[in-house]
Write a protein that binds this ligand. Structure first.
Ligand code: NDP
Length: 323
């Protein structure tokens, strides 16, 4: 089958395209999915570079949507021909993926494969961040970094649907327009101005209730400085690089702040939790209350180009590979 393989970790060139990769088989408890759309996520970059370790060689990609081609022993929930999607199982940059049945979500009949793949990983992330990690409420203000990105556009929309005020940061005017379209009340070009001072100005000096920070290294300090006393910094990524260790006393002196570094895995602990979060996200899309912006699609063979674009900050919304 056609698939991307990583034989040695490294730059985008480490994503090697093969037309003769061994196809996986559906083992006990697994479902073989013929993928129609594959999500590209920043976590794929972390695995490709080796920041997140994986045994070599491996096929990257956590997220996809497609049609059930075969089922392994013991699988009762799915049958051949079902349309399914999933947020988190490595091996998606391929024509076929064998995925544990308990990681799959049944797709609503009228949802496209592109939107399903685009809604899973980043959508469920935005869901747990706004509903569980810091369940943002009406009247509260959130600072959302990289708000025109895949996760950022969804976070902005979900914070708004809970009634919050959103201050968004982005790098360009084009991205600012997208953040506003997603509902952001204020947009700061953090590449040009001081977002900490601006966030304080926009909250009459008080500071924001929560910062959802996926950028990491370049934003961390100012994110802490943007919070109100007892506010929460939700550091959920490191698109600009990892954050160095910090002294816990900084949380004290900055206003008894809370800091968390959450991961999607710990918010999809049971089948019930996966289906409940996915049910919310997919129903919001079906009702037109949540928009999935497909920023770009690439042939599977051009996965390296997708990674180059993502890492160069050139992209908006969701990137997909089409096998
Ligand atoms: P994005 O679409 O958000 O792309 C990354 C964006 O980060 C860029 O477009 C850019 O936006 C911004 N950015 C700022 N500085 C840099 C830099 N130096 N290099 C590259 N990008 C930079 O990607 P995703 O939506 O896929 O992921 C966003 C983040 O969320 C990632 O860090 C990812 O790891 C994290 N994540 C975490 C999860 C979790 O559960 N913890 C789950 C899902 C994602 P701009 O140009 O506006 O600055």
């Amino acid at each position: 089958m056609k698939a991307i393989q990583v034989l040695a970790t490294g730059g985008p060139e480490a994503l090697i395209y093969s037309e003769a990769a061994p196809p996986p088989e559906a083992k006990t408890g697994e479902v073989l999915v013929r993928l129609a759309a594959i999500g590209v996520n920043y976590i794929d970059v972390y695995f490709r570079t080796g920041l997140y370790p994986a045994p070599l060689p491996f096929t990257p990609g956590m997220e996809g949507a497609g049609v059930v081609e075969a089922i392994g022993a013991g699988v009762t929930e799915f049958k051949v021909g079902d349309r399914v999607c999933y947020p988190q199982f490595r091996g998606a940059y391929a024509e076929l993926a064998a995925v544990p049945a308990d990681k799959l979500v049944p797709m609503p009949a009228d949802l496209s494969f592109e939107h399903a793949a685009g809604a899973m990983l980043q959508g469920l992330t935005a869901h747990y961040l706004t509903e569980s990690t810091f369940p943002i409420a009406a009247g509260q203000t959130a600072l959302v970094h990289a708000a025109a990105g895949g996760a950022g556009l969804l976070l902005t929309q979900m914070a708004k649907r809970r009634g919050a005020r959103v201050i968004a940061t982005v790098s360009t005017e084009e991205k600012a327009a997208l953040a506003r379209e997603a509902g952001a009340d204020e947009v700061i070009l953090y590449t040009k101005g001081d977002f900490q001072a601006e966030s304080r100005r926009l909250t009459d000096g008080r500071g924001v209730d929560v910062v959802y920070d996926s950028v990491g290294q370049t934003t961390f300090d100012q994110s802490l400085g943007s919070l109100r006393p007892r506010g929460m910094l939700v550091l959920f990524g490191g698109s600009s690089g990892p954050v160095p260790p910090i002294d816990p006393m900084r949380l004290n002196t900055s206003g008894s702040l809370f800091l968390t570094r959450p991961s999607l895995t710990h918010h999809l602990l049971t089948r019930a939790e996966l289906l409940s979060r996915a049910g919310d996200v997919l129903s919001w899309i079906a009702r037109g209350e949540l928009k999935i912006r497909i920023g770009a699609t690439y042939p599977l063979a051009h996965a390296a180009d997708a990674h180059r674009a993502l890492e160069s900050r050139a992209t908006t919304g969701k990137l997909l590979l089409l096998p």
